[in-house]
Design a protein around this ligand. Structure first.
Ligand SMILES: [Zn+2]
Length: 177
């Protein structure tokens, strides 16, 4: 399955993802394609909507201390629901759908979620650190929300200007940053 990243300002990213009802071969094929795609594009998390599939499916792979994204740390999260959230933390986030832009975003420090695995089994996860942040970022995608939506008015304006310039340079084949 060939995947292509959907990039801002594509309206597809604003679509709300539907709950997965059938845990079949089609879902498995999508997940199997999403993981290597995310690794190749240097992502630590990817929502299906980012590759044009509006279903509530996420893959996450947080690097270990050596920066390796080993397969055993791969998490596949289907139909997640946050059941508890605590504290606050700020982290410089980026997004595969908003290339070359990073900004400090405030999130809950720890979260608990209920979700399903690729076979539909119900699971529960308590997350902190980068995993907690990444899950919150990816779950926002399921609602059509991007991390840039959380910026202050003035930062957002600055971003739109910088991003527009970057897109223009891309189109004209000019040098990228
Ligand atoms: Zn993202």
């Amino acid at each position: 399955m060939k995947l292509i990243i959907v990039e801002y300002p594509d309206k597809k990213l604003r679509e709300k993802s539907k709950k997965v009802e059938v845990f079949d071969e089609k879902l498995h094929k999508l997940l199997d394609a999403m993981h290597p795609f995310m690794i190749r594009t240097n992502g630590i998390g990817l929502a299906a909507i980012q590759v044009n599939h509006a279903t509530q499916a996420l893959v996450l792979n947080i690097p270990d201390e050596d920066g390796e994204q080993s397969k055993e740390n791969l998490l596949e999260i289907i139909n997640p629901v946050i059941t508890a959230k605590n504290g606050e933390t700020v982290y410089q986030e980026g997004c595969l759908s908003v290339p070359s832009f990073y900004e400090d975003i405030q999130r809950f420090e720890t979260i608990s979620i209920n979700y399903q695995d690729r076979d539909g089994n119900t699971k529960r996860l308590e997350a902190d650190g980068l995993l907690s942040i990444a899950i919150q970022h990816e779950m926002d995608h399921l609602e059509g929300i991007l991390f840039i939506d959380k910026l202050s008015y003035s930062r957002r304006k600055k971003f739109e200007k910088e991003y527009k310039r970057m897109l223009k340079e891309k189109r004209t084949g000019g040098k990228k940053e």
